[in-house]
Design a protein around this ligand. Structure first.
Ligand code: SF4
Length: 335
């Protein structure tokens, strides 16, 4: 990817269907998963107020990918189906990706179907099978999530061919033995892909769960990954282990000229209107109450993120980001 520094790069005109936006309409959650940062941070629970929401709707034509994820469980958003339908009506080309623990789908018989018909990608957080699920995704239980999985299997037959369905699995000591078994679960319930993720370490007790701080455990995980890869290939399930296997711990500077385009085309918006450049959400770059999205994207602060990409003097969180130093062991440590 080659970019030339010109005015349009410094102050881009925001085009229709060009932005990737993470949005948290709600920061409530119905589960207390063992490894979730919510257990370790004093997080305010809130629902996006109507004035922010209405302001946000003005920018829907400019968004190409809307990610409902992070900070809360999106299915706790009041009137979610109505909101999804409104967004699709304003911009029929938008792609909506929903990351959820799935428990909210048990709300009413047709709720899941209506949600799935209004989105393009479902990413189900499933961090264990059977008893492991019960131990991690509390107070959820395997019996309930199996109802959701069976419902999905049934509805998936009626979804468009290009509907994308993924399972997201955070690998830790407690669940590493389920790595290969998850392929069977994905196949059984008609999911297309499994994304195996690294765990963020927010607390000393999570260090014990980390698969990268224990060499023996890490080697055992790698063996299981090899087994899972073969199984996935045989069952036509896509599997992504890159977050686990990219562990060479070098600190090489990226060779590509622009390693991340987030300062040009990405935003993460919280329920209180606070805006960050990307899902790391470290630096506040504006608030929808006071600033418009074009104002935020052309602010001095965002220019610093952009120039960092050219000069390689990466600005703030970029300097520690896995996109810049993909293999550092410490990137996931937030102690
Ligand atoms: S922190 Fe990472 S993802 Fe965010 S803008 Fe910087 S390089 Fe990109």
């Amino acid at each position: 990817m080659k970019f030339k520094i010109n005015e349009n790069i410094k102050n881009p005109v925001i085009k229709k269907n060009s932005l990737s936006v993470d949005i948290a309409f709600s920061t409530y959650c119905n589960l207390k998963c063992y490894m979730c940062y919510r257990q370790y941070k004093n997080m305010k629970q809130e629902i996006m107020k109507d004035d922010f929401y209405n302001k946000f709707l003005e920018y829907i034509p400019y968004i190409k990918e809307l990610n409902l994820k992070n900070l809360g469980e999106p299915l706790t958003t009041p009137n979610i189906i109505e909101k999804l339908k409104t967004i699709k009506k304003i911009n029929p080309e938008i792609k909506i990706r929903l990351t959820t623990n799935g428990i909210g789908f048990l709300k009413s018989p047709d709720f899941m179907k209506e949600v799935l018909l209004s989105i393009d990608t479902l990413i189900l957080s499933l961090n264990g099978i059977g008893k492991t699920y019960n131990a991690i995704m509390k107070p959820g239980n395997w019996k309930s999530i199996k109802v959701v999985l069976n419902k999905f299997k049934k509805i998936s037959q009626k979804l468009p061919e290009n509907f994308d369905s993924q399972i997201s699995f955070v690998v830790m000591r407690k669940n590493h033995k389920d790595i290969a078994g998850l392929v069977k679960t994905a196949k059984k319930y008609n999911f297309k892909k499994i994304f195996y993720r690294r765990m963020w370490i927010h607390d000393r007790k999570l260090l014990e769960e980390s698969i990268i701080h224990d060499k023996e455990l890490y080697n055992a995980v790698i063996k299981l990954i090899k087994k899972a890869e073969k199984k996935a290939e045989k069952n036509s399930i896509l599997s992504d282990f890159s977050q686990i296997t990219d562990m060479s711990c070098n600190n090489k500077k990226p060779e590509r000229e622009i390693i991340c385009t987030a300062p040009w085309d990405s935003l993460a918006i919280k329920a209180n209107g606070n805006v960050h450049i990307c899902c790391l959400r470290r630096t506040l770059i504006g608030n929808l109450k006071k600033n418009s999205i074009p104002e935020i994207l052309n602010s001095e602060e965002v220019q610093l993120y952009r120039s960092g990409m050219f000069t390689k003097n990466f600005y703030k969180e970029c300097a520690f980001c896995h996109k810049i130093s993909p293999s550092t062991k410490y990137f996931y440590e937030k102690l």
